[in-house]
Design a protein around this ligand. Structure first.
Ligand SMILES: CC(C)(COP(=O)(O)OP(=O)(O)OC[C@H]1O[C@@H](n2cnc3c(N)ncnc32)[C@H](O)[C@@H]1OP(=O)(O)O)[C@@H](O)C(=O)NCCC(=O)NCCS
Length: 191
């Protein structure tokens, strides 16, 4: 991470296209054989950028969107906020649960500690908004992503049937009951 001078910073209004590019490049790399080829081929940068413009422009105060920047461009991001009903139900929690809606690192920059740093930054911000526990949903077939979440101590739940960009695909909930502990773990990589 240091060799690329990676900066982790809050999202800025001009980031939408960068977020769209990271998301699409990451999906096309990670989700081959997980989502249908046509779905991956049909992903459109401009359409995604319009969606991200809307998200960035309407960020709620309890949300956090951190961007990893290197060589003047976005190479990863993490977006979190209040848990949606599906995630709260999946982890069977009544109280407020925070959710990570998206965590993506450009394939050329994976394995350098950037995912860890982005998730730590967003988790810290969500703790400051009053959340204590964190959950997320990931594709059941996303083996690489799931190994990352296993590695950082997430407890996996039962797969739940969902529809992702129009295609049926099971999702698996991951849960961390104590976000302070998660931050400690993210801040202290195994030697
Ligand atoms: C999953 C993802 C966010 C991880 O980010 P990353 O920057 O590659 O991961 P890091 O380099 O920060 O890894 C942090 C730790 O997790 C471990 N790790 C990462 N991916 C792993 C894997 N597939 N299997 C086992 N360990 C893994 C690393 O070895 C590292 O361990 P250490 O620091 O204790 O030595 C990134 O690979 C990615 O965007 N993948 C594709 C999209 C995706 O699956 N997103 C998440 C689901 S929504």
């Amino acid at each position: 991470m240091a060799e690329h001078n990676v900066l982790i910073r809050p999202v800025e209004p001009g980031d939408a296209l960068g977020l769209a590019r990271v998301q699409i490049d990451t999906w096309r790399d990670a989700y081959v054989g997980v989502l249908p080829d046509d779905t991956l081929l049909d992903l459109d940068e401009m359409r995604a950028a319009v969606r991200w413009t809307r998200v960035v422009g309407n960020l709620r105060s309890a949300e956090a969107l951190a961007v990893a920047e290197a060589h003047g461009r976005a190479i990863g991001f993490c977006h979190g906020g209040p848990g949606r009903r599906a995630v709260a139900e999946a982890v069977d929690r009544e109280g407020p649960v925070a959710e990570v809606y998206a965590l993506y690192v450009d394939p050329s920059f994976q394995g350098l500690g950037i995912g860890r740093a982005l998730l730590a930054d967003v988790t810290r911000r969500l703790i400051a908004h009053g959340f204590e526990s964190l959950a997320l949903l990931t594709l059941a077939e996303n083996r690489h992503g799931r190994r990352f979440y296993d590695h950082i101590g997430g407890a996996a739940g039962e797969p739940i049937p969902s529809v992702v960009v129009g295609s049926p695909a099971d999702q698996v909930p991951y849960f961390w009951p104590d976000m302070e502990r998660l931050v400690q773990r993210l801040d202290a990589p195994a030697a």
